[in-house]
Design a protein around this ligand. Structure first.
Ligand code: ATP
Ligand code: MG
Length: 566
């Protein structure tokens, strides 16, 4: 898939207008600021592609900044995952990997400056009192009794906070803003709290930590960010962002909000994803069913398919749910063009071609990719005993079933027309053990020689030559289109799809796949696109993940193997 031309959207219009007015002297500098408290997901990809894409198109720069101001929930494992995933998406922050925690000294100095200006104060209200004084959406707040402490007193107390002279939670530093503001965030927002918590980078240097709102705008300002792009829920934080930088009198980026990505049948809250991991409802953050970038990578998605998806959905000011099919189509379109075809049988049943000589093998020519003749052809061995899909045979065919059944002729792809004579059963169980057929030698290559037509073409693998593989098929992780739309008090996990993973242990693959490497992708004819899972295949196993089916779930036939007519 080609990358689309430079898209326009409301964010780019704002940047264009700044470039016209000269507000940032034509400079464009964005950042992607994840909090390292979880693995990046497809929603983050939207933000990553947006920020890096804007920097690229305006000849600007984009920083990667770990927003690590909240020590309780952050870990190096997440930092490493973020670095790996942004790299995997093909985006480059150059030498500008930053950590908000590297700015703790500067942020502390900013707090002191606001105190000196009479714009911040140390407040001793208990959490309950704090809540009471803050008011509600319909009731104005009232001034804290500590609001009018002198700058000298505040500076002294703030220093004692820093030096660990007060217990956790006993005092906070607050902005002296507006207790009557209709915007609750402006009611003397908290800038610093006391928290004796080990930090993954600053270790035990600090026992006070800045709040997100305080640290974020200052970090943006320090880095010379021009456009601080964030999701819509921060719209109410913008006045606070502006207030802090205005009152510091320092360089001031423009915050711009856009609608976060929501995907159907998917949860994108890190807290909930963490819960799935901790409760072992999935096999880690990189489970191929997870909407994380590491999960999509393991599933077989390519970076370009995700970038193209992000371009395609665009950015808007209105929240909506993007259909999962849009993402699936992005990888489908790409793999249709790039991936080699192969034949694989997931649920094998043996057929015996009774008029085919025993011990004989023929090499049939198979097209590697009908979309791209340049990918050439390969040889596929054909012999007397083959595997076909169980689904492709019915002893007593349903009315619309046109594939193999007694008396019926079908085409074996790239091979011959075969006619079914009978199903052979285990006399004890009555189960079908094999299906006997006869072939027409005049139809070699699968071509009719006399104008005779068959209604179906099915795939097969020679039993003697087949290689074994484990194949994992995935379905949506959640049953509901909007899994987070739950009645108050109920648990989103109740929506988990109990059949989101099906493991097939004894799939049969054509022998050309013997040398396929972990990380390679193939289309299994009629079954979908498959990826050799490099993680699950460690130690010499051969584990294929189905990345995506050939058609989207809405048009998919009831059967896992849709019938194809010729
Ligand atoms: P969560 O609420 O799940 O914890 P978050 O927004 O707190 O997610 P961050 O690590 O702070 O996660 O996000 C980093 C950046 O990615 C932020 O700029 C955030 O706005 C953006 N982002 C997060 N989720 C989405 C999403 N679903 N769609 C678009 N951008 C997102
Ligand atoms: Mg956040």
């Amino acid at each position: 898939m080609e990358e689309t031309a430079k898209p326009t959207n409301f964010i780019r219009e704002i940047i264009d207008s700044h470039n016209l007015s000269g507000r940032f002297k034509g400079k464009v500098h964005t950042r992607f600021p994840p909090e390292p408290n979880g693995y990046p997901h497809i929603g983050h990809a939207k933000s990553i592609c947006l920020n890096f894409g804007i920097a690229r198109d305006y000849n600007g720069l984009c920083n990667l900044r770990m927003d690590d101001t909240n020590p309780e929930k952050e870990e190096m494992e997440y930092v490493n995952a973020i670095i790996e995933d942004v790299k995997w998406l093909g985006l480059d922050w150059g030498d500008r990997l930053f950590y908000a925690s590297d700015y703790f000294d500067k942020i502390y100095a900013c707090a002191c400056e606001l105190i000196k200006k009479g714009k911040a104060y140390v407040c001793d209200l208990t959490p309950d009192e704090f809540k009471e004084y803050r008011g509600t959406v319909t009731r104005a707040g009232k001034a804290s009794p500590y609001r009018d402490r002198s700058p000298e007193e505040n500076l002294g107390l703030f220093e004692k906070m820093r030096n660990g002279e007060f217990p956790d939670g006993s005092r906070v530093l607050r902005g002296k803003i507006d207790m009557a503001s209709p915007n609750m965030l402006m009611r003397d927002s908290v800038f610093y709290r006391i928290k004796r918590e080990h930090h993954h980078r600053t270790l035990d240097k600090w026992c006070i930590y800045p709040m997100y709102d305080f640290a974020h705008c200052i970090s943006d300002s320090i880095e010379g960010i021009t456009h601080s792009i964030c999701t819509l829920e921060f719209e109410n934080n913008r006045p606070l962002y502006d207030w802090i930088l205005d009152n510091l009198g320092t360089y001031h980026p423009q915050q711009i909000e856009f609608a976060r990505l929501n995907l159907s049948y998917t949860v994108l809250s890190k807290r909930k994803l963490l819960q799935l991991v901790e409760d072992k409802l999935v096999d880690g953050w990189n489970d191929p069913r997870m909407p994380t970038l590491s999960g999509f990578r393991r599933r077989g998605y390519t970076p370009s398919s995700i970038r193209n998806f992000c371009d395609r959905i665009g950015v808007a000011k209105m929240d909506s749910i993007v259909d999962l099919v849009v993402l699936e189509n992005s990888i489908r379109e790409e793999l249709n063009k790039t991936s080699q075809r192969a034949m694989a049988v997931l649920r094998p049943i043996k057929i015996v071609i009774t008029n085919y000589p025993e011990g004989k093998t023929e090499e049939m020519d198979a097209v590697n990719n009908p979309e791209d003749p340049g990918q050439g052809t390969r040889k596929v061995p054909f012999s007397r005993e083959l595997y076909i899909e169980k689904d492709d045979f019915q002893e007593n065919p349903e009315p619309k079933f046109f594939r193999l059944s007694p008396g019926r002729e079908v085409r074996l792809r790239y091979a011959y027309f075969v006619k079914c004579d009978k199903a052979v059963k285990d006399p004890k169980t009555g189960n079908i053990t094999e299906v006997h057929c006869t072939y027409d030698p005049a139809t070699r290559g699968g071509d009719s020689h006399d104008g005779r037509k068959v209604k179906a073409t099915i795939h097969w693998v020679s039993a003697a030559h087949a290689i074994d593989a484990e194949v994992r098929l995935y379905d949506n992780l959640f049953l509901k289109r909007d899994p987070e739309d739950m009645p108050e008090g109920s648990d989103f996990r109740a929506n988990l799809n109990p059949r989101s993973l099906e493991v097939i242990k004894d799939a049969k693959l054509e022998p050309s796949l013997k040398n396929a490497q972990p990380g390679s992708r193939h289309q299994f004819e009629r079954l979908g696109y498959f990826y050799i899972d490099p993680i699950a295949s460690k130690g010499g196993n051969n584990v294929y993940n189905r990345t995506v089916t050939l058609k989207d779930a809405w048009t998919k036939a009831k059967s896992a193997v849709p019938a194809k007519k010729n």
